[in-house]
Write a protein that binds this ligand. Sequence first.
Ligand SMILES: Cc1cc2nc3c(=O)[nH]c(=O)nc-3n(C[C@H](O)[C@H](O)[C@H](O)COP(=O)(O)OP(=O)(O)OC[C@H]3O[C@@H](n4cnc5c(N)ncnc54)[C@H](O)[C@@H]3O)c2cc1C
Length: 379
Amino acid sequence: MNTSLDFRAVDLPDSTKDLRQEVRDFVAHIQPQINALPDSNFDADSSKWFSQQLGAKGWIGMTWPKVYGGGGRSFLERFVVTEELVAAGLPVGFHWIADRQSGPVLLRYGSEEQKQQILPQIIKGEACFCIGMSEPDSGSDLAAARCSAKRTDQGWLINGTKLWTTGAHHADYMIALVRTEAGGDDRHAGFSQFLIDLKTPGVEIRSIPNLAGKHTFNEVVFTDFYCPDSGLLGEQGNGWEQVMSELAFERSGPERILSAYRVLVELLRELNGEVDDRQAEVIGKLSAHIIALRRMSISVALMLEEGKNPALEASVVKDLGTNFEKMMPEMLRLVAPINTSERFQETLKSAILHAPSFTLRGGTREILRGVIARGLGLR
Ligand SMILES: Cc1cc2nc3c(=O)[nH]c(=O)nc-3n(C[C@H](O)[C@H](O)[C@H](O)COP(=O)(O)OP(=O)(O)OC[C@H]3O[C@@H](n4cnc5c(N)ncnc54)[C@H](O)[C@@H]3O)c2cc1C
C-alpha cells in the first residue's frame, strides 16, 4: 500500500462526452417506462428488467475482457455510465454489486470455468450477486467471522449466518467469506471465499426491514449447506487478501457521493430559478463539495485504469463522500420552502431515512479512518 495519497486534479477526457450524451438519451427514454412498471411490488432500487436493458447496451462489465463478453472499455468510461445512472436515481440494484465488485473478484481470482459460466450472465443483466461478509457478531471486526466450511466427500459443508446481506432476496449468487481452518495467532489466516449458488437447498433468507420500512437487507442462514468443490473461489486460505481487494472496488464510486443528489435536483426543480441568499449559499457549498469529491473519485478510477491499487485513496473518498452525502438532505431541508410538492417531500423523506446508513455500509467511518491512518504510516 502507498504511504502517500495519489490524488490528481484530473477530469474526464473529452472522448467520454459522446458516451455521456448516449447515457443521458437512454435515461430520458427509459425513465418513463420505469415509472410505469405495472408490478405493485416493484422494488424501486432493483429491477432485473432494467439491468437487462443496460446489459443490452453493453454497460455492465464494461471494463471486462471481451473474451467473456465484456466491453474492454476504460474505467473512466465506466465512471461516466455509473455517475449518470446514480444521478438519475435509476434502479441499479440488480446488477450493481456484481458489476462493481463480484465480477472483478471473479476475474482476478476465479477459475476459468467460473469465469466462463458466470461473467456472461452478469454482463447480460441476468445474474444478481450479494456480499457475504458481515455476521451477527462480526461487522467492523470481519476477522471474527465464524461461518465455517469443512471439506467432505460431497463437497464443502457450510454452516453459519451472514447478516445485513443487501439484495440476498433477489440474488442468484453470494460471494461469502468463510473460515476453512482455524486462524491461530494470525486472525486473518484460515479464511476462504466461496461462490455460492443461493438457489441450492440449505439456505434460508430472512428479510430485515430497514429504517425506511423497506426490504433491502437480509439474514442468510446456511444449515448443513453443501457447496461443490468447484465453488471454492481463488485459493483455499487466501480469503482475507481476496476480501480486502474486493472492498477496494466497493469504496470509491460515484454512489459514495451522490446517494442524496436527487434531493438537490428536486429542490432546484421546486425553486424554479427563484433562489434566495440562504438557499444560494447552501446550494453553492454543496455544489463545490460535489465538484471536489467527484474529482477525487475520478482520480481513483484513473488509478484502476493504470492497474494501481487505490485501496487507500478509495477509503478517503468513501469517508469524505459518505459524510458529505449524509449531511446533504438535512442542509437542503433547512432551506426548502414551506409549501413543497409531494414529489420533493417523498425524495427528501427517503433520503433522510436512508442517510444514517451511508457512513455504515461498506465499512464505518471509524474503520476507514483506521485504514487511512495505517496507510499513511500514522499508526
Ligand atoms: C445499508 C447497509 C447495507 C449493508 N449491506 C451489507 C452487505 O450486503 N453485506 C455485508 O456483508 N454487510 C453489509 N452491511 C453491513 C456493514 O458492512 C456493517 O454494518 C458494518 O461493517 C459495521 O458493522 P456492524 O454493523 O456489526 O457494527 P459494529 O462493527 O458493531 O460497529 C458499531 C460501532 O462501533 C464502531 N467501531 C467498531 N470497531 C471499532 C474500532 N476498532 N475502532 C473504532 N470504532 C469502532 C463502528 O465504527 C460503529 O460506529 C450493510 C450495512 C448497511 C448499513
